[in-house]
Design a protein around this ligand. Sequence first.
Ligand SMILES: [Zn+2]
Length: 321
Amino acid sequence: MIMCNDTILFFFGGFVKRNMKKYDILNVMIQDISPHRLDNGYPHNGQTDPLGVALFFSKDEVQLLQESDGALSLPCVRELALAKEDVSLQYLFLLDETPWYLVCTEKGQTNVFNKEIMSLSVQEIRRKKPFAQHETFALLTAYHLSRWYEENRYCGSCAAKTVPAQDERALDCPSCHRRIYPKIMPAVIVGVTNQDEIILTRYANRPIAYHALVAGFNEIGETLEDTVRREVMEEVGLKVTHIRYYKSQPWAVAGDILSGFFCDVEGDPTIRMDENELKEAVWVKREDVDMQPDHFSLTNEMMMVFREGREPKYTAGKEQT
Ligand SMILES: [Zn+2]
């Protein structure tokens, strides 16, 4: 079992100072957990490890164990309080050598462990950081999988009860023989630049005080480059060119795979903001780019590399559009 007090709490938390040495925060997005490793190969060996992590989700919250000193820890299989016939375990992945499982019940039980528990939402886990970064990443990945298993208990075509496929990560419908694969929604994060300036945004109707970049979901029938052009036009009313890929990020809280791109404005750089989606969209000089409260997001890393002048530059003849 992985205990939170075995780890350095809050090591990655807190504000990152603007005068931080170059590159310190690069390659530490939430999925950058090396030397730890998340192995999502499937199927596993079929054995249930009593020391494996056992996660019970109820909507957006997961049950964690609360120790006598108030610290939180990850529950393990042997701490399950339910009779064997009332519970099944769905293998999720290995985090290093430890298997993680999803606890599935049929009878609507609310507390499945024999210890004091505390339920936290995935947003609270990201914000409060009670666990080390690799455990937080694994928890959010488990949440993404839990939502997919929960939302696909019944076949969307014929309404029969689905069963886990034996040979790969999928669910099978025994009635119409449909195979259902995990759902991942592609989206783009866009750094729109004009020489030494970048567009920073704030989203309307969200309690987020810090800046972000232009972003949006890929639509059916679009390339990712099409998505970049459309989202920039919709959100800030600008044409862009020289679209170049930066990095990607699995963003499990929303079930996304994010693809980060930089691009240059083409023509008049005057912003015409979509006021339904944004409450602010401004050109900001490199040295004035402020970072988000934590380094976990691709958005934050892209803002940082621009601040340091390290974003991928356009090379004539290598345009991705
Ligand atoms: Zn079916």
